[in-house]
Design a protein around this ligand. Structure first.
Ligand code: ADP
Length: 392
């Protein structure tokens, strides 16, 4: 028997799974994309990034998150005979104001988290569906929730509140911030490999399909570009990022859009896709000669630069800038365009190191790094710790 910890990150149309030994060594990572569509596909890799054997599957095998989970587990079972899953860790996007530390999921907690779905309607229901699928698949095995909002819960009041009447703050209308598991990983990496920087002021740019930045001082989140919802802050693949609330009033009053239409507009039709009219995918935009693709990239990098200035101001300066996420880790062009024009802040990068995606690419006073994030290991560590606590 191989005892293993499974991690699940269930999105609206994707599922990421991680398989770890109890000693927290990575056994396999799997990614199922475009769940529910004909083009649904799964990739499974070992700890070194090498593809593991993947038997052919029909689209029906990836119809829903539960089906995708079943399929992925079949593949894991084939590749790792005698597998015994002893705990399942889940990325839960929203913990609200009451939940921060990783915790074993109970029926009562599930009800509480389901109520928070109104705070993250496009993410939380999928996360909870992942939990239910795991409960069915592994009866009696502890399920552990890891909250994406947790890393930001220590924000000072001024970074946590909106200037609405105070009663709204008490009712939970706050700037929660997201991508916390990714930021926790990066902060942990810096604590290990760059302790002086970890003790200082760092802006971390998590640039993927979803994108946000975090001001981290002494290892703690001081501010984030994301607020109440995962739409705020930077423009993303299909999300607007920060938008004047007056636009929403106008859309409702003058264009007759209801909340469902506005939700689709803000979450699904905007960002890089909306601006370019071509794609939400940075690789496609970088490969396109269309001026709209160039404008979308220019907008994206401009907003990141602007927010880096704001994050630096929030901390009274900046000692380090870290890029992570699919775009942050892989797009030398985006990194270069973000950093050009930030010389006044002490940010400069070496073009060769940047092109090579080196870990250290800075030349100025500010250390600039590219670090591959790993939300899965953060979830696995938390699950292992909760499991140990249960056994004690
Ligand atoms: P998610 O938020 O879904 O986890 P990822 O972190 O995987 O997203 O990031 C996806 C984004 O990363 C896409 O826009 C994709 O185009 C971009 N990306 C991945 N590889 C590259 C690359 N080599 N060059 C430019 N962009 C890339």
């Amino acid at each position: 028997m191989t005892r293993a910890i499974l991690t699940l990150n269930s999105g609206s149309s994707s599922l990421k799974l991680g398989l770890f030994t109890e000693a927290l060594e990575t056994m396999a990572l799997a990614h199922v994309d475009r769940i529910g569509r004909r083009e649904a596909a799964m990739k499974i890799r070992d700890a070194h990034g090498a593809d593991l054997p993947m038997p052919p599957h029909a689209p029906a095998d990836f119809n829903t998150n539960a089906a995708a989970l079943r399929t992925a587990l079949e593949v894991f079972a084939q590749d790792f005979p005698g597998l015994e899953v002893v705990a399942v860790g889940h990325r839960i996007v929203h913990g609200g104001k009451s939940h921060a530390a990783p915790v074993r999921l109970t029926e009562e907690l599930m009800k509480d988290l389901a109520r928070l779905a109104a705070f993250a309607p496009l993410h939380q229901p999928h996360n909870l569906a992942g939990v239910r699928a795991a409960v069915e698949t592994f009866p009696g095995v502890p399920n552990i929730a890891c909250f994406d909002t947790a890393f930001h819960r220590g924000h000072p009041f001024v970074a946590d509140a909106y200037a609405l009447p105070r009663a709204y703050y008490e009712r939970g209308i706050r700037r929660y911030g997201f991508h916390g598991l990714s930021y926790e990983f990066i902060a942990g990496e810096l604590a290990q490999s760059a302790p002086a920087l970890h003790a200082g002021r760092v802006v971390v740019a998590h640039l993927g399909s979803g994108a946000s930045m975090c001001a981290i001082q002494g290892g703690r989140s001081m501010d984030s570009t994301m607020g109440f919802s995962a739409i705020d802050g930077l423009p993303m693949g299909t999300r607007t990022g920060q938008l004047d609330p007056g636009v929403l009033l106008y859309l409702m009053d003058e264009e007759g859009l209801d909340s469902a239409a506005i939700s689709d507009l803000l979450y699904k039709d905007s960002g890089l896709l909306g601006l370019s009219g071509i794609s939400n995918d940075m690789r496609t935009l970088e490969g396109s000669a269309a001026p709209e693709a160039e404008e979308a990239i220019a907008y994206f990098t401009y907003r990141i630069r602007r927010e880096i200035g704001a994050m630096a101001a929030a901390m009274g300066g900046i000692d380090g800038l870290v890029f992570c996420g699919g775009i942050g880790e892989n797009s030398a062009r985006v990194r270069a365009r973000v950093c050009e024009g930030l010389g006044w802040l002490g940010v400069g990068i070496d073009p060769q190191a940047n092109l090579a995606h080196a870990r250290e690419i800075g030349t100025g006073a500010v250390r600039v790094m590219v670090i591959q994030t790993n939300e899965e290991i953060v979830i696995a560590r938390a699950a292992a710790a909760v499991l140990q606590g249960l056994a004690a």
